[in-house]
Write a protein that binds this ligand. Structure first.
Ligand code: TMP
Length: 205
């Protein structure tokens, strides 16, 4: 693999998508070969799976089905874009990846973490980010930013979202070299300055 793989993680309303877009603009301004993806989604089949996952009418979806659908969306995105583009030397930015499944389905829903890791290996072909920026915000604050029209996952209880946050912070302690935590306590320009330091260090800018 010659490219670089950077993921953006965090709870609802953490501003990670805004930061991912700022990084995309920044790297484009440097004429770097960069692509921004999101999960679940990024390619047509995975975007269709996203609709199933986030549809509030799918009240009966079991935790196992939910986990497998996130993995299925991931497997398709990896096969269609991530693996081939990394091989070509592209810098791939991804708004969420496997850490999301560990935090939301593992810590949040109680699906066995080892099982998620095994399914993750299958779906990702063992591809793991070179850098993960984790945006940390208390769920009370983050959810209020999500607005009134909440999707199937956002609609879950505050307790659920607290477990997700705890999961992310646990992961950052487990993988301190890869996962860099940024507290969401300033405006987006200030936060971006911090993100840029990690991006520059990884890419030698
Ligand atoms: P987004 O709102 O950041 O686009 O993400 C979509 C929702 O899907 C968000 O509520 C987090 C959730 N999610 C999981 O529960 N597990 C996963 O593996 C991924 C990628 C997202």
């Amino acid at each position: 693999m010659t490219g670089k793989f950077i993921t953006f993680e965090g709870s609802e309303g953490s501003g990670k998508s805004t930061q991912a877009a700022l990084v995309l603009d920044y790297l484009k301004s440097k004429k770097m070969p960069v692509t921004l993806l999101r999960e679940p989604g990024g390619v047509k089949i995975s975007e269709n799976i996203r609709k199933l996952l986030l549809d509030v009418n799918n009240t009966g979806m079991g935790d196992e089905c939910e986990t497998l659908l996130y993995m299925a969306a991931r497997a398709q995105m990896v096969k269609e874009v991530l693996e081939p583009q990394l091989k070509k030397g592209q810098i791939i930015l991804c708004d969420r990846f496997l850490d999301s499944t560990i935090a939301y389905q593992g810590y949040g829903n109680g699906i066995d973490i080892k099982t998620i890791e095994q399914l993750g290996l299958f779906a990702t072909k063992g591809l793991s980010p070179d850098l993960t920026v984790l945006f940390d915000i208390p769920p009370e604050k983050g959810l209020s930013r999500a607005g009134d029209k909440k999707d199937r996952i956002e609609s879950r209880s505050l307790e659920y979202h607290k477990r997700v946050r705890h999961g992310y912070l646990d992961l950052s302690k487990q993988y301190p070299a890869r996962i860099k935590v940024i507290k969401v306590d300033a405006d987006k320009e200030e936060i971006f300055k911090k993100v840029k330091l990690y991006i520059d260090a990884l890419l030698g800018l």
